[in-house]
Design a protein around this ligand. Structure first.
Ligand code: SF4
Length: 64
């Protein structure tokens, strides 16, 4: 969140399944789609899309 040059993200009050406070999109209108947040996220949990664009669905491979 500190890497966002436009202060779009903030720490949410909720906990995720791993016990972290995930980032929350507080000011989406300020996003300039620079991609810093998705480059720096260690869990690859953040990605950006343009308005109207469908969010990518991660592929889950079965090991069976
Ligand atoms: S793409 Fe990410 S880092 Fe860049 S302005 Fe938007 S929220 Fe902030």
């Amino acid at each position: 969140m500190e890497y966002c040059p436009r202060q779009v993200l903030e720490v949410s009050i909720e906990f995720n399944a791993k016990g972290y406070h995930p980032p929350r999109v507080a000011q989406p209108e300020r996003c300039v789609h620079c991609g810093f947040c998705q480059m720096i996220c260690p869990e690859f949990a953040i990605w950006t899309t343009l308005q109207g664009e469908k969010a990518p669905v991660p592929e889950i491979k079965n090991k069976a």
